[in-house]
Design a protein around this ligand. Structure first.
Ligand SMILES: C[S@@+](CC[C@H](N)C(=O)[O-])C[C@H]1O[C@@H](n2cnc3c(N)ncnc32)[C@H](O)[C@@H]1O
Length: 303
């Protein structure tokens, strides 16, 4: 009798890239054996995420249990203040150069966190790989979450070739650089100068020529650009609501806004949706955030 776990079903062709991404983001459940099913591989993951389903897996015999941590490139972010466990992670994982503990929640306008080094190099900067693209990340200078990797692929999968895309809160550019693969142009805006510097580095390191970085306040974008965008990305949970009227002025009729939000599981949808012309709207679960709280996305087709 095996163990029931969330998993991603992936066609064998793209499976190695998915395996590496899940390993990099620390999402692969390494206590369970990867399964095959016809043309597909089933990768067990440690939590429910976009596109995941439940399946049964054989349990693997584990060596020394490492403390709970999340990986961003060569940085392990521990859930507990555990310097001994941090040293064990560095010893066990040759690709990890630094182990950190967060000393604050995600805070301020730039949505950053403060960290303390528990072991390894004294840095918050690293190179992270996601679906074959590499990103310079500096966890203390600009927001980044590796846990949205599958969500970004879901958006790429929905896109048509040549779309005009606006990423209103682009950070270091993970959505912008990923979506550039299908887009005509991606306009990527952020208020944080350090995020935009890292975005420019990430555009260059991935040799992307169709992402335009913008340092500025997304609130002003509709005064500069018209209703030209086929798709608008709004990943600024908690306060994105106040930018929704601006987004609807920027998105063409029939275009789509992806509005990310953190909601209590029994929350009603926000009344702000009544303030913009909507043709249709679908709410999707992205990942669980904390007990009783989820990260969700509203895919909104604008009237
Ligand atoms: C949650 S992060 C998302 C970053 C990126 N989209 C990602 O998924 O990694 C939100 C970003 O919005 C930026 N931001 C906050 N207020 C803004 C504003 N008024 N205009 C533009 N960017 C803003 C922050 O600096 C931060 O980088």
């Amino acid at each position: 009798m095996g163990k029931q776990q969330w998993c991603l079903r992936v066609n064998r062709q793209g499976a190695e890239m998915v395996r590496r991404t899940l390993l990099d983001e620390g999402t692969l459940d390494k206590s369970l054996k990867i399964r095959s099913d016809g043309d597909e591989l089933l990768f067990p993951v440690i939590h429910e995420c976009s596109g995941s389903v439940i399946a049964e897996f054989e349990e693997l015999h584990q060596r020394v249990p490492l403390p709970r941590h999340e990986l961003v490139g060569g940085i392990a972010i521990l859930a507990e203040d555990d310097p001994v466990g941090a040293a064990a992670i560095l010893a066990e994982r040759p690709s990890v150069h630094t182990a950190l503990i967060a000393e604050s929640a995600v805070e301020g306008e730039f949505r950053t966190r403060r960290f303390r080094v528990l072991a390894g190099d004294k840095t918050t900067s690293t190179i992270h790989t996601e679906y074959g693209k590499t990103f310079r990340i500096d966890l203390e200078k600009a927001y980044f979450s590796a846990r949205l990797a599958s969500e970004r692929q879901r958006i790429v999968g929905m896109m048509h070739q040549g779309e005009e895309v606006l990423d209103m809160f682009a950070g270091v550019g993970p959505f912008a650089v990923m979506l550039a693969e299908k887009a005509g142009t991606v306009w990527a805006c952020d208020l944080n100068p350090d995020a935009v510097s890292l975005l420019i580095e990430n555009i260059t390191r991935n040799r992307v020529s169709n992402v335009i970085p913008i340092l500025g306040d997304a609130a002003n974008l509709s005064e500069v650009y018209g209703r030209r965008f086929d798709r608008v990305i709004m990943n600024l949970p908690l306060i994105a609501e106040r930018f929704l009227p601006v987004a609807s002025r920027l998105c063409r009729s029939g275009g789509m806004i992806h509005f990310y939000s953190l909601v209590e599981d029994d929350d009603e949808d926000s009344p702000v949706f009544h303030q913009i012309p909507i043709k249709s709207m679908q709410k999707r679960f992205v990942r669980s955030y904390s007990p009783g709280r989820s990260h969700v996305v509203y895919d909104i087709v604008v009237e």
